[in-house]
Design a protein around this ligand. Structure first.
Ligand code: SF4
Length: 113
């Protein structure tokens, strides 16, 4: 079974508009006290933000994922920078040869490490 904190974080990250805490515990299949502990831990780790929210007059919290800084190493295949940086092509990701070549290069590097 998945770690409920990880599961909660994934769920919150999948909803850019945010998730109500009063609904999160039901989706996670935990009680509201356990959900509060999960939310507190995610907030303390700086992974989410919690904003007071009223739904039908009842106080709850809107939970939103915080954006994490990109690790610059994730943009490199060896010494080759991902082609999307500074790209001016008309973007159709599924058909992009520069990106496919870069990903191929990345796969080779990861396979040989
Ligand atoms: S996917 Fe291709 S076309 Fe789109 S931004 Fe990246 S390099 Fe440019």
């Amino acid at each position: 079974m998945a770690d409920p904190e990880e599961e909660g974080l994934k769920l919150i990250q999948s909803k850019p508009e945010g998730v109500l805490q009063s609904e999160l515990w039901k989706v996670l299949g935990v009680d509201s006290r356990k959900c509060s502990r999960i939310v507190k831990k995610l907030e303390e780790c700086g992974l989410i933000e919690r904003v007071e929210f009223r739904k039908e007059g009842i106080k709850t919290y809107l939970l939103k994922a915080k954006r994490q800084p990109v690790n610059p190493c994730d943009l490199l295949a060896g010494e080759e920078l991902i082609p999307c940086i500074g790209c001016e092509l008309e973007c159709i990701v599924e058909e992009c040869h520069p990106l496919m070549d870069w990903m191929y290069q990345l796969a080779i590097i990861e396979h040989t490490e």
